[in-house]
Design a protein around this ligand. Structure first.
Ligand SMILES: Nc1ncnc2c1ncn2[C@@H]1O[C@H](COP(=O)(O)OP(=O)(O)OP(=O)(O)O)[C@@H](O)[C@H]1O
Ligand SMILES: [Mg+2]
Length: 261
């Protein structure tokens, strides 16, 4: 099965952000094709997180525009999931007082599907909606290979399992664009490989495009269709993993960072 959509899921045009006198992003333009995995890499302080924050509406750019599915997006963090964009937080970020299954179900509370009318009327979600959501959450846990942890408390989970729960919680909202903030952060070798296999599959299996910020080069090279390289807030290279790997500007950006740090 190949992804159904063609086209552009996300386009950034001339994004500029400055914090006081510091230019964090300078005329950043990029496009992410629907059904692909796009990586944003670059040395510390390059502007990667700021770029995510612009897409999510946490940071308002001084210049430029964001287009989601070819329409101008005026991002507001609390409306993002309803629009089809979900971001995972750095780290794990689960609710400690809820079980794994409940955490995943909570990921769907801001979608219109389950209980918009109930919510408007101030009524509890119907039993049927709740059961359907529970089934969906269980299916996701199963697909991510962590169904056995459904009734566990987040505090008791191995770190790598917690990261997968967070992924399931993002997916239950059925995003069309999933933003992953350092998904491999804190994971060891084997867990990174397994995560890579999951991410590569997302466009096809969950019908969503993926954009990720990641320092873990192995993962980036393995899972991304396209990579955008930032350095000092500017796009210094972009292309396929092979093109980026062979681009001298990329080595320079990282070398410069190493020498400078
Ligand atoms: N809210 C803010 N106020 C002031 N400066 C900021 C703010 N957020 C980021 N910056 C600065 O903007 C630049 C880009 O930061 P950003 O966090 O986007 O980099 P990054 O590529 O995500 O780095 P890292 O790999 O270390 O996470 C840095 O110089 C940073 O200090
Ligand atoms: Mg960052």
């Amino acid at each position: 099965m190949t992804p159904q959509h063609t086209g552009t899921v996300l386009e950034l045009r001339g994004i500029g952000v400055s914090f006081g006198g510091l230019v964090a992003l300078d005329d950043v333009s990029m496009t992410a094709a629907t059904g692909t995995v796009v990586g944003v890499i670059g040395p510390n302080g390059a502007g990667k997180t700021t770029l995510f924050n612009v897409i999510c509406g946490f940071v308002e750019p001084n210049t430029g525009s964001v287009l989601f599915e070819q329409k101008p997006l005026r991002p507001r963090p609390h409306q993002l999931a309803a629009k089809g964009i979900v971001r995972t937080l750095q780290g794990v970020g689960l609710f400690r007082g809820l079980t794994v299954l409940e955490n995943v179900m909570a990921g769907a509370t801001h979608t219109a599907r389950a209980g918009l009318v109930s919510a408007l009327l101030g009524l509890p979600r119907s039993d049927r909606d709740e059961r359907r959501l529970r089934d969906e959450a269980m299916t996701l846990l199963d697909e991510l290979g962590i169904a056995e942890h459904a009734q566990a408390w987040p505090g008791t989970l191995p770190y790598a399992v917690g990261k997968r729960v967070a992924l399931a919680r993002a997916l239950v909202a059925r995003p069309r664009l999933l933003l992953l903030d350092e998904p491999a952060g804190g994971l060891g070798g084997e867990d990174v490989d397994e995560l890579a296999a999951l991410i590569v599959d997302l466009p096809r299996r969950s019908d969503c495009s993926v954009m990720l910020v990641e320092h873990h080069m192995d993962l980036v090279m393995k899972v991304c269709d396209q990579i955008v390289v930032l350095d000092f807030g500017r796009v210094v290279a972009s292309g396929t993993p092979a093109q980026v790997r062979d681009n001298p500007a990329v080595a320079e950006a990282y070398l410069g960072a190493e020498v400078g740090s």
